[in-house]
Design a protein around this ligand. Structure first.
Ligand code: FIX
Ligand code: ZN
Length: 433
């Protein structure tokens, strides 16, 4: 039935966002059976690298000495400095309190010992806790980041350990795209030596083996802000067009060459989308460790070149700099094989989620994925998703209100369908194309 009252419309939008089941298309979660790789609980929440950067800059705490402390002491220092001595107003600090609240626990006493006991009382079994958190967060499933160049991850997969239905895989290949020499060594360590077929063929065989092993929903890599793509394929000796021999100047290690010669052919053969997360400046401060990565503007023209030169490949794209987002959304309007997703990392802040979601609805309708959690700690799903739900509800209430003002009368079903699209439905439709 068409909704004819503006207040009923707003209430319908908010309820639909509250009720929608969300698909979380990029996380750093792991199966509970994968030997300690899955993180959860209050100490892991407090030592999230977002909060560590905030601690280091607020207190001048020397990172090296901090990282030498046991995790429990690290958590106590973060709690003391960033929650008790300073109000926890940052997105990451407030998020910890949202998780505590979502779990029905009380941080009112502001006592970490009490909180640790409360978390310990929640569950002793991670499988059970994972199910509880996914249910509370309203997710159907989350996509992991599965890296075949990380020994601990390789061991867990080779041991064929159980993976819950709630977790799907993505084959993460940064090392191959951005550090070719290291990839060649790690492939050799897994029995893929580069003699005979040469490193390109060896690399394709290595990746094909991992695709068969973990059955990913997509291939994925993060790329630096310096990434450029010119789409000049590897030289074909019979090609007498000199401009096509520019590839000779590109060393086999260069990311765009690895994409052209290894990754994109694999995407074509398998039909798997390629997720590219662009604009990270790794280790701008290596002393900060995982908290030491920074951001740089993406060369969005390279994203356009990728889509234009590889029309038979589906690209899932997110970039790290707020300043890229308008040009990126306009670029996504030009290519049906581009799908934008998420307010990634330094964009996953309430003010920027709001801005990006408004821009994307205005330019892309529902043909995008509003967010992903990037959760590294299981419980983070209980703040990252409530935050996005609230903002998406605000933005869509405004947008449907504008629609209503034209005399258009949306139905409850249309609203629910639209909302599911931007929170997983459009992703699934794009992947299935
Ligand atoms: O490359 C990535 O997948 C990034 O999301 C991570 O490197 C980053 O540390 C992160 O977790 C951001 O949220
Ligand atoms: Zn990530």
């Amino acid at each position: 039935m068409p909704i004819t009252d503006p207040h009923a419309l707003a209430a319908t939008v908010r309820k639909a966002v509250a009720d929608v089941t969300i698909t979380d298309i990029h996380t750093h979660l792991f199966p509970p059976s994968h030997g300690g790789l899955l993180l959860w609980g209050i100490d892991e929440l407090l030592t999230y690298h977002y909060l560590l950067a905030e601690l280091f800059i607020a207190t001048g705490q020397p990172p090296k000495a901090f990282y030498a402390l046991p995790k429990s002491r690290q958590a106590e220092m973060v709690w003391d400095e960033m929650f008790l001595r300073r109000s926890p107003v940052t997105e990451a600090a407030r998020g910890v309190l949202q998780v505590i609240q979502s779990l029905g626990l009380d941080a009112g006493e502001r006592d970490l010992v009490t909180l640790r006991k409360a978390f310990a009382g929640l569950t002793a079994r991670p499988e059970e806790y994972l199910e509880r958190v996914f249910t509370l967060a309203g997710l159907d499933y989350a996509v992991m980041t599965n890296d075949p160049f990380v020994p601990a991850e390789v061991d867990a997969w080779l041991a064929n350990r159980p993976v819950p239905e709630r977790l799907k895989t993505a084959l993460r290949i940064d090392t191959m795209v951005t550090n070719w020499p290291a990839a060649v060594l790690k492939m050799a360590a897994q029995g893929h030596s580069s003699s005979g077929g040469g490193t390109t063929q060896t690399a394709r065989k290595f990746l094909a083996e991992w695709v068969a092993r973990i059955k990913p929903l997509y291939l994925a890599a993060s790329l630096p802000d310096s990434f450029r793509y010119d789409g000049v394929r590897a030289t074909d000796p019979n090609d007498d067009n000199p401009s096509n021999h520019a590839a000779d100047r590109r060393h086999v290690c260069e990311p765009s060459r690895v994409l052209d010669d290894v990754i994109l052919p694999l995407a074509r053969e398998t039909g798997l989308p390629l997720a590219l997360m662009i604009g990270v400046r790794r280790q701008v401060n290596s002393e900060f460790g995982l908290a030491g990565d920074g951001v740089g503007a993406t060369h969005v023209a390279s994203v356009a070149a990728l889509a234009a030169k590889n029309p038979d490949v589906k690209f899932l794209i997110t970039t790290l700099a707020r300043g890229d987002q308008h040009e990126l959304a306009v670029t996504a309007r030009k290519f049906a094989n581009l799908h934008l997703f998420g307010c990634w990392w330094f964009c996953n802040q309430s003010s920027i989620i709001r801005e990006m979601t408004t821009l994307r609805v205005e330019l892309l309708g529902t043909a995008f994925t509003a967010n992903h959690s990037d959760a590294r700690v299981l419980d983070q799903l209980l703040y990252k998703w409530p935050t996005t739900r609230k903002i998406v509800a605000d933005v869509l209430t405004e947008k449907y209100g504008e629609l209503f003002a034209t005399g258009w009368r949306p139905t409850e079903q249309e609203i629910a369908t639209d909302i599911r699209r931007i929170l997983g439905g459009s992703f699934e439709a794009f992947v299935a194309r």
